[in-house]
Design a protein around this ligand. Structure first.
Ligand code: PDD
Length: 279
């Protein structure tokens, strides 16, 4: 595949970064994953805004004007513009400098890397069976609202889910179900759709924000409040949202059925509405 690296368009096998890249040595960088539906990026400006905000938090200076073009060209050069769903991964690190914890004294240009990939949505029959999740202690730092490339706790949490033979991890801190390892978490109580409020303890998902807006438009109550793990025993439904998750219904948590143990009408209504709008 053709990737973008610091202004060059090259085959992935030819792409090289320095061993002194601060992303490699220190996880000193941020990333963004933006979906495209049949070649059109979905909520691109929201993803760009989150990237801008992450770069500002890390105090990495970078010109963002060319990014839309880079995204378009990645789809075109990789012949993904006709694919039903694809996505672009973009990573920015502070750049290359001899290793010290503090920023390099002489400013260096950031390292900018991006690639595109097709996304294969699960077949609807599989989706209709629902998915399972396990709860995992949240071991992340105190600013997970910033989309940094330091993802070790997320990696270990997702692996715990894989080891348990399920699709998703629910990260739990102080008895609260915060979000997934790479997606946001929702529970449904009656006609009320509940998800953790925006704060430093969850990643402000672009899909989360969109699903909240859609749910309100469809006439559901939306309550952004912490969800106690204990409450999940009486939830009617649960689901995850995310760029590489879309809307994914959870029918069992830690082996116990959620609600009836089947995919519920709220998740189905939201997923159908989501598909209508991206198509
Ligand atoms: N993950 N929470 C976490 C911890 C995430 O890493 C992500 C995204 C989300 C969902 O955000 P959005 O709806 O904007 O994709 C929530 C990306 C896709 C990833 O790491 O690959």
């Amino acid at each position: 595949s053709i990737v973008y690296l610091n202004g060059d368009w090259i085959d992935a096998s030819e792409a090289r970064i320095s061993v002194e890249d601060r992303g490699f040595l220190l996880s000193d960088g941020v990333y963004e994953v933006t979906p495209a539906y049949r070649g059109r990026f979905f909520l691109f400006d929201r993803h760009l805004e989150r990237l801008r905000s992450g770069l500002a938090t890390l105090r990495i200076e970078m010109e963002l004007d060319g990014l839309a073009e880079i995204h378009d060209r990645l789809l075109a050069d990789n012949e993904l513009a006709d694919d039903e769903v694809s996505y672009v991964y973009l990573q920015v690190t502070r750049g290359v400098a001899p290793r010290t914890h503090a920023f390099p004294k002489m400013p260096v240009p950031p390292t900018v890397y991006a690639f595109a990939r097709p996304y294969r949505r699960p077949d609807r029959t599989v989706w209709e069976q629902g998915f399972e999740a396990v709860t995992v202690p949240d071991r992340r730092w105190a600013r997970v609202d910033v989309k940094t490339i330091a993802l070790l706790p997320n990696v270990l949490a997702q692996q715990a889910a894989v080891d348990a033979g399920v699709s998703d991890a629910i990260l739990v801190r102080d008895g609260i179900a915060l979000e997934g390892a790479h997606n946001n978490f929702f529970a449904v109580f009656g006609r009320t759709v509940v998800t953790h409020p925006r704060s430093n303890v969850i990643l402000p998902g672009i899909t989360r924000e969109y699903v909240i807006r859609m749910a309100r438009e469809l006439g559901f109550e939306v309550d952004e409040r912490p969800i106690q793990v204990e409450e999940l025993a009486r939830a009617n439904e649960a689901f995850f949202t995310g760029t590489t998750t879309e809307v994914r219904p959870t029918v069992r948590i830690d082996g116990r059925p959620v609600g009836s143990g089947a995919v519920g009408p709220v998740a189905r209504r939201l997923f159908d509405a989501f598909l209508e709008r991206v198509e």
